[in-house]
Design a protein around this ligand. Structure first.
Ligand code: 9YT
Length: 131
């Protein structure tokens, strides 16, 4: 069994900050679960265009409010506590935070820990050997 807490991550290399968000990565590839689990803050006013070409992601909002736009369809959805969205088709999306949002994010395959978005809004696929 693995037991971790946010305090284990804060101030370490697994607290990853990029423009508009801070991702606290609680479970990583090295934990062997087949997914990674992040407690992510999306900062108030952030407008993030992303497309995870190499990953599937589910995101569950527990605090704050904002919206998500599915770029190809133009569909827009409000995000409030209790909303989950799942990017099951490597969807290009734009996330907007009206207030700071706290999101629980799950990635498949798992991230290794320190990944940041590239110019396309994706994370690289880290191979099994590098893990
Ligand atoms: C909600 C979202 O996608 N934010 C960007 C950061 C990312 N999800 C992460 O690594 O936690």
């Amino acid at each position: 069994m693995i037991v971790r807490s946010l305090d284990d991550v804060l101030g370490t290399e697994h607290e990853v900050k990029q423009d508009g968000w801070t991702s606290r990565r609680l479970l990583l590839r090295k934990h062997g679960m087949g997914f990674s689990l992040h407690d992510t803050l999306v900062h108030a006013g952030a407008c993030l265009e992303m497309r995870y070409a190499n990953h599937l992601e589910a995101v569950y909002c527990v605090e704050g409010r904002g919206s998500i736009t599915h770029v190809d369809s133009g569909e827009n959805y409000a995000i409030v506590p209790g909303t989950v969205y799942a990017l099951d088709a490597h969807d290009r999306h734009i996330l907007r935070a009206e207030t700071q949002m706290r999101m629980v994010c799950v990635f498949n395959p798992p991230v290794s820990g320190a990944e940041v978005h590239d110019a396309t809004g994706a994370y690289p696929l880290v191979n099994e050997v590098q893990g």
